[in-house]
Structure formats: structure tokens, C-alpha cells
Design a protein around this ligand. Structure first.
Ligand code: GCV
Length: 676
């Protein structure tokens, strides 16, 4: 097999695009040294050779920029990267006498090892005398670390080009087609490889007519996207419509038990893999928010998913089948229907029936990516199913990238939560070996990738936590700061921590209180509207009246949702005396005068947290102003503008929520502050 040739189409620095966590300066410690890439043995796939070629060009680029050299594997290199079948997963990092060897069985894992060394910088080489030698194995917690893009090919009249996207248009599509120049997609794959994400779904789970055709007539467009991702070992997946046999194939039905339908899907899958041999699989949103699904034929979700699984199995493909299934045409007068129950009601009884290559992808909470929800009980209810945890990096309900909200701590809490109580497995333990981790991307064609430059930290953190869910999220943030702001002076580092470390809690303080959720403007979901969803069909209510607020989800008197949890949580949540304060209104309807564990009443808590939330945002603005001169002007200015909006919005939240509670309850603020 020939030595890998350097791909000519990798563009390392795109004009007018921020380098995120891979600026040239981050490569100085490696690029100033002698680097070597072992010659590959025979037997690799073309895709594997392409990744090796990428690695070679990474080495060339880094050394050319920083004065080092790429030397032969036999020459005493400071860093040798080489393939070794002896490393089962991930990569091995050895250091002896200041020389570092990274080995991995496959080129993508070797690439991950390269970026690990870049992240460690000089510390990788232990330049200080007396530093110990190392021999470490770095394996990802899960083999499946995926980002879902809710990008539309055609601009949707309401949702735009990227549904719930807050960073401009799509990096994949423009003017109703895949972009002619995909160098930015390769740059994106490079950023992802540097944090260990190795799969993306390239289109929205709400599949409209134009996007449905990506599966058939426009498959060549998906092939182009896959080709742009491949140099960095990122595999493409596609969201497909369950109705495709009818809408694309002209069949009279999409019934999963119909033999013609099954044959149609098999043929569709055969064509996809013939064109894209390393294709990942299909993502499906079925019977949810208007998307077609098996219910139309009296079939269940195992029937639907297994039909697709059968079609992709010969190719080693996966089906990511979403558990986000609920009735979105509910009657708000009907107090017996509880949207929080829906996923468990639909999916838990199907445990054990899904094929091995089906992954049931479960949103982290029972509702919809709220700033605070309990963890979905579905994650603990399907021991014989490959469940994946779904997170939302795009900040639909957490400030839409106008607010600086670092979500790492929120995700860490979810990943570390123990559904069976102390001593039991964590959510990460459940998902990692099964379906892994998926998240909705926050990236668009914005200059900073994520609109708010500080929102890059969320994308970074998702990748790092999907690789290792036990990581400390402040340390992850510190990595991001070090890479993104090379040579960041202490005050800048401290200010970014001060702004982001507690930002999730800050957002929680000035928005919907005590886990009750929503209270956002219907449709676009930005800003406060306390009763915005109260009399709608969407099933997201808070039930405030003159006496109290919250949703009774107990077994004793409510919807029975608490019964979907195993012990001890089913009882902890059932009893308002043991229910954690931050989730009280998710599980209980209580009087405004109910005293929390914190010692304050519900209504006073609302006032206190909303005043405090605004003051915290004010402090964020001041912290940024004190260090803004230490970052490039464009970042300083963009963050400044966003923080100004964050403060305006926090004040709006405070005033609307506080006024609402004052008017409903008639109870004034004990501290006599202004409420309108
Ligand atoms: C892609 C929420 C969002 C929708 C999204 C949906 C989903 O309801 O508001 O925009 O649709 O979640 O996860 O499928």
C-alpha cells in the first residue's frame, strides 16, 4: 500500500472564520518539535488512508508554521504517531525520556491522539526535569459520539435554514442545495475531531419534501458532505422520513409490516452504502410533532425501527430512533394527560424488542431541553435496549446564544445522576456502552461558528464529555480557554471563568422557577411569556392560580409520573418534603407560601432569585468590560453586544415573572423591592 498522499483540499485557516479552539498558536508546542508518522501497514480502507493523509498534513502544517520538522519514523522524533493493532480502542500515549509515542489501531483514533497531544501542549513532553514518564490508555467512554444538525436544505418559512439555529445559516446548505465549496465543513470536522466527536447527522429530524430527497435523487449531495467530513474521520448520518416509501417511492403505504415497504427501504439503503461506503445510518423522528410514523398503521415504534434496522444491518448501519414522542394536540382542559409521561409510556413497554442496531435516542428530560428538568426516566427503563442520551448544545431554551450560558455543568449533573440512587449506575454508565451520546449542534455559518463566541465552549464541552463523562467541567472550560485564547493572561482566564462557571445557574435564577419550565414566548422560545403556553395544545403548563403553582405529577393525587422512576427517586419525588427544591414545581402543585428546604417561601424565592439573577448578569457585563481589551476587537465587541442583550433580557424576565407572581398571589416582597 502506498504512503498516504497529502490531501490538497484541506484549508487550515479560512478567511473571515474564527479558528475556535484550533488557532495556529495552539500548535506551537508540537509544531516546534520533530514529529514522525509511522508508515501504515497494508490492509486499510480508503477512508482510513484518507485520515492518515490528513494526519500527515497536520504534521506538515504545524511544523511549517512553528519551525519544527517532520522526520522519518526511524529518526529520533519528539513525537511519533503510529498504528498498532495492539491498542484495542482509543489511543495509547507513552513518554520516555521526553519522547512521546502515540499509538492506535485505527487512523481516526490516532488523529484523536494527535489532538490530545496538541491539547497537552508542552506538558505532553514533560520538558521540566524530573517529570515522570507515562504510559496511558485513553479510550472514549462510548463508541458513539454524535452531533445532530437541524439544518434544512431549503429555508423553512418559519424555522429558517437551521431549525433552532442561532448562529446564522447552515454550513452545509445554501440557496436550496449543498454548498459548492465545502471547505468549511472540513474545518468543522477538524474541530470535532479535536474533541472526539466522530459522527454527525447532516439534516433536520423534521424532514420536509426537499430534504427527504437526500435519501434518493439527491444522494450525491450527501456523498459530497460525507467526503468533506471524511478527512477527519467524521461519518455522515441522514435524517429520513418514515413516509419516504410513499412520498419518494410512490407506494400506497409506509406500513412497516408491508413487504413492498421493507423491500423499498432495503433498496434505498443498498444505494446509500454503494455511494457512501462509510455511511453511518439513519436518524428518525416518527409520530412526533407532525412527522409520520408507524402509529398510522396500528404498529408500534419497535415495528418501525426494526424495519429500518433490517434494511441497514447488512451494511453495518445504525438507526437512531428518537423517543421524543408525545401528543402535541392536547386539550389544556384535560388534566389527566401529562406530556412528561409520554416517552416512557410509549417506549418502556417495548424494551427488549428493538434490533441490535437500533439506538433509542432519549432527550435528557421528559419535556424538552428546559434549563432544569429531572432526568428522563426512560434512560433507566430499558435495560435490554441500546439507549442514547440526547443533549441540546444549541441554546433553544437557554438564551439562544444571545446569553452566555455554559452548559457543561448541567450536562455533567445529568451524566452523573444515579437513577437507582447512591451506589447505583450513573446515566453515563447506562448510555456509554449502549447508544452513547448525541446532541443538537449549535453551529452555523457565523464568523464565530456559534454566534456568541463564548458558546463555542458548549460545543467543545459536549465533545469532551462524550469522550469522558467524568471530566470536571471547570477544567474542560479551562482547556477551551487555553486553546482558544493562546497565552491568555490570568485576568482574562479568571474573567471567562467568572462569567461562565455559574452561568447556567444564573440563567435558571432569572427564568422559570423551581423546575416548572417553559414560560417562554411561544414559537421562537426566546424571552419571557409566563402564560404563553398555558392554554395551548402543547402540554407544557404550570397551572398557576391565586393560591399556588406547579404540576402535580405524584402517584397519590396527580398524573402518576413519579411512578416511572425506580426507587429511591419515585419516593423522593413523590413527597414534597423530600423533593429537591429545584424540581419542586415540576412534581408538585404547592401554595405560594410553601416553605422550601432553603427556609424561604416559594413566592419569596421567586422574587429573590429573579433580583439576584439580574445582579449576576450585571456582574458578568462588568467582568467582561474589565478584560475586553485582552482579546481581539471582534470578539470583544460581539461578546459586549450579547451581554448587553443578556442584561436587557434578564431584566425583562425578572420584571415579568415577579409581577406575575405578585399579581397572582397578592403577596408582596419581604424586602420591598420594586415589582410592577
Ligand atoms: C426539530 C422541540 C423544538 C423543535 C424540535 C423538536 C425535536 O420541540 O422546539 O424545533 O424539532 O424539539 O426535538 O424534534
Amino acid at each position: 500500500m502506498p504512503a498516504p498522499s497529502v490531501p490538497s483540499d484541506i484549508v487550515f485557516a479560512l478567511p473571515d472564520v474564527h479558528p475556535a479552539w484550533l488557532p495556529d498558536a495552539a500548535f506551537r508546542p508540537v509544531g516546534s518539535r520533530r514529529l514522525a508518522l509511522g508508515t501504515p501497514a497494508d490492509g486499510g480502507t480508503p477512508a482510513a488512508f484518507e485520515v492518515l493523509a490528513t494526519l500527515r498534513s497536520e504534521l506538515d502544517r504545524a511544523t511549517a508554521a512553528h519551525g519544527g520538522a517532520v522526520v522519518g519514523p526511524q529518526d529520533a522524533a519528539d513525537l511519533l504517531l503510529h498504528l498498532s493493532p495492539a491498542v484495542p480502542t482509543g489511543f495509547r500515549l507513552e513518554r520516555s525520556g521526553g519522547r512521546v509515542t502515540v499509538s492506535a489501531a485505527d487512523p481516526t483514533a490516532l488523529l484523536h491522539g494527535w489532538f490530545h497531544v496538541v491539547r497537552l501542549a508542552d506538558a505532553a513532553f514533560a520538558s521540566r526535569p524530573g517529570d515522570p514518564d507515562v504510559d496511558e490508555h485513553h479510550a472514549p467512554a462510548s463508541a458513539l459520539r454524535m452531533l445532530d444538525h437541524w439544518d434544512n436544505v431549503d429555508v423553512h418559512p418559519v424555522m429558517g435554514q437551521v431549525e433552532r439555529g442561532y448562529a446564522g445559516g447552515s454550513i452545509f446548505y445554501d440557496a436550496g442545495q449543498v454548498r459548492p465549496d465545502l471547505s468549511r465543513v472540513t474545518a468543522y470536522a477538524r474541530l470535532l475531531a479535536a474533541v472526539g466527536v466522530d459522527r454527525i447527522a447532516v439534516n433536520n429530524v423534521n424532514v420536509a419534501a426537499r430534504e427527504a430527497r437526500l435519501l434518493t435523487d439527491d444522494l450525491d449531495e450527501v456523498a459530497r458532505l460525507a467526503a468533506a467530513l471524511r478527512p477527519y474521520g467524521v461519518r455522515a448520518h441522514l435524517s429520513v422520513s418514515f413516509a419516504a416509501p410513499m412520498t419518494l417511492g410512490g407506494l400506497a403505504t409506509s406500513d412497516p409490516c408491508d413487504e413492498d415497504v421493507r423491500a423499498w427501504w432495503r433498496a434505498a439503503a443498498d444505494r446509500v452504502w454503494a455511494e457512501i461506503p462509510d455511511f453511518g445510518g439513519f436518524v428518525v423522528k416518527a409520530d412526533s410533532e407532525g412527522q409520520p410514523g408507524p402509529f398510522a398503521y396500528g404498529r408500534d415504534h419497535a415495528d418501525g425501527a426494526n424495519m429500518l434496522a433490517e434494511a441497514v444491518a447488512p451494511h453495518g448501519g445504525l438507526i437512531h430512533w428518537r423517543a421524543f414522542v408525545y401528543n402535541h394536540t392536547q386539550d389544556w382542559r384535560d388534566r389527566s394527560t401529562d406530556r412528561a409521561r409520554a416517552a416512557h409510556d410509549h417506549f418502556a413497554p417495548l424494551d427488549g424488542r428493538f434490533a441490535d442496531n437500533v439506538i433509542v435516542q432519549v432527550k435528557h428530560g421528559p419535556l424538552d431541553f428546559q434549563v432544569r428538568e429531572p432526568v428522563s426516566p426512560v434512560l433507566a427503563a430499558m435495560p435490554r435496549t441500546r439507549v442514547a442520551l440526547e443533549l441540546q448544545v444549541t441554546q433553544e431554551y437557554t438564551g439562544q446564544q444571545r446569553h452566555a450560558v455554559y452548559l457543561g455543568p448541567a450536562w455533567s449533573e445529568i451524566l452523573r445522576w444515579r437513577p437507582w440512587g447512591d451506589g447505583g449506575a450513573t446515566v453515563a454508565d447506562v448510555a456509554a456502552p449502549a447508544g452513547g451520546f448525541a446532541a443538537v449542534s449549535n453551529v452555523g455559518d457565523d464568523r464565530f461558528w456559534t454566534g456568541h463566541p463564548l458558546a463555542q465552549a458548549n460545543l467543545y464541552a459536549f465533545g469532551r464529555l462524550a469522550w469522558d463523562p467524568t471530566l470536571d467541567t471547570a477544567a474542560v472550560l479551562d482547556e477551551w480557554i487555553t486553546l482558544t485564547f493562546p497565552d491568555a493572561p490570568g485576568p482574562l482566564r479568571e474573567a471567562v471563568h467568572a462569567i461562565l462557571d455559574e452561568s447556567w445557574h444564573t440563567y435558571e435564577l432569572h427564568t422559570a422557577p423551581l423546575g416548572v419550565g417553559f414560560m417562554v414566548r411561544p414559537g421562537h422560545h426566546y424571552g419571557p411569556d409566563v402564560d404563553g403556553y398555558e392554554y395551548t395544545p402543547w402540554g407544557t403548563y404550570h397551572f398557576a392560580d391565586r393560591d399556588g403553582i406547579g404540576v402535580d405529577r405524584t402517584r397519590a393525587t396527580g398524573t402518576g409520573f413519579t411512578g416511572q422512576y425506580p426507587a429511591p427517586w419515585r419516593d423522593v419525588y413523590e413527597d414534597r418534603e423530600t423533593c429537591p427544591d429545584e424540581l419542586l414545581l415540576f412534581f408538585h402543585h404547592v401554595p405560594y407560601t410553601h416553605v422550601l428546604h432553603s427556609g424561604t417561601t416559594v413566592v419569596q424565592h421567586v422574587y429573590d432569585t429573579h433580583f439576584e439573577g439580574v445582579e449576576r448578569v450585571r456582574a458578568m457585563v462588568e467582568r467582561w468590560e474589565a478584560v475586553a481589551a485582552l482579546v481581539p476587537d471582534d470578539i470583544a465587541q460581539r461578546v459586549r453586544e450579547r451581554l448587553a442583550e443578556q442584561l436587557r433580557s434578564a431584566v425583562e424576565w425578572r420584571d415579568q415573572v415577579n409581577t406575575y407572581f405578585l399579581r397572582k398571589s397578592g403577596i408582596g416582597d419581604l424586602r420591598g423591592r420594586t415589582i410592577h
